[in-house]
Design a protein around this ligand. Structure first.
Ligand code: SF4
Ligand code: SF4
Length: 277
């Protein structure tokens, strides 16, 4: 089965326990105003707009099927194509089978404990994840997902049986602000939070702290309350400008004081397994 693959980072120490290979899939059903990887949101529609932007002719058009062809051997990683794309996509993602990905991961096998699949939103490709995780388990790797929580994980029995841990983004507690700045409902996210606490698969909750958009105190207090009796860690992430779309660069990075205040709020409700990054 094919998956839509944005990129593979061979070694990561921030995507779950130990050293892991992080696999980013293409396509997301959220559109966060502060998204740090907006080029992973949509699939390419082969409009060819970005082809001329490439300074080294790494992009061409297949005359028969009008699809964009990306030549990674020429690419100098200048990102001109993704900056040009008006659709929050990239011509560089590829279609890959689970076997092809496993073949690449085998190169890193002696140095990693497992794989973490992120996105985009990886659970939109649940059947592909099931096949990939089944094969990863066969070579002794643990399997984690990093999800925006938009799909009902309680209905994904096969996937959850294969999955060793979940990193869940809880972006904002307030429903209306979630709709406004994330462009989606958060009902399922909060349902998944409860489900993952109950089934013991929650490894970490992540909240990106954006001072002027959200009531971060409300989000942190509520999440901390939910997870305080679980083994899950609460990661509070400073919003940073890196990778954010140009028209949203006016957002403020929270201060250390802001972050310490939020961490204290988590501690006050009894959630002590916290980290600020
Ligand atoms: S990132 Fe690669 S493909 Fe994209 S414009 Fe730059 S050289 Fe061309
Ligand atoms: S990546 Fe964007 S600009 Fe380039 S062909 Fe695809 S949709 Fe068009």
């Amino acid at each position: 089965m094919n998956g839509y693959l944005n990129k593979i980072i061979p070694f990561s120490s921030v995507d779950g326990p130990g050293n892991r290979t992080a696999i980013f899939l293409q396509g997301c059903n959220f559109d966060c105003i502060y998204c740090h990887n907006p080029e992973t949101i949509n699939h390419c529609i082969n409009c060819s707009f970005c082809v001329k932007a490439c300074p080294v002719d790494a992009l061409t058009i297949n005359r028969e099927n009008r699809q964009i062809v990306f030549n990674s051997n020429c690419c100098i990683e200048c990102d001109a194509c993704t900056k040009t794309c008006h659709r929050n996509s990239t011509p560089k993602y590829k279609v890959a089978t689970a076997d092809e990905i496993i073949k690449e991961i085998e190169n890193y096998r002696p140095f990693i404990q497992g794989i973490t699949v992120s996105g985009g939103e990886c659970t939109l490709q649940a059947e592909f994840l099931i096949e990939l995780f089944t094969k990863a388990k066969e070579i002794g790797l643990t399997c984690f997902i990093d999800t925006n929580g938009s799909t009902d994980l309680s209905q994904q029995e096969k996937l959850m049986n294969l999955c060793d841990g979940v990193m869940l983004d809880v972006k904002v507690w307030d429903k209306e602000r979630h709709k406004k700045y994330i462009k989606a409902d958060n009902e399922m996210v909060l349902k998944n939070l409860d489900y993952l606490v109950d089934c013991g698969k929650l490894y970490e909750v992540r909240t990106v702290v954006v001072p002027e958009l959200f009531n971060n105190e409300e989000t942190v207090t509520n999440v901390a309350h939910k997870i305080k009796n679980s083994t899950a860690r609460y990661k509070l992430i400073k919003y940073r400008h890196l990778g954010v779309r140009e028209n949203n660069l006016n957002l403020t990075t929270p201060t250390d004081h802001d972050m310490n205040h939020l961490e204290r709020l988590a501690h006050e409700v009894g959630c002590f397994n916290t980290i600020i990054v």
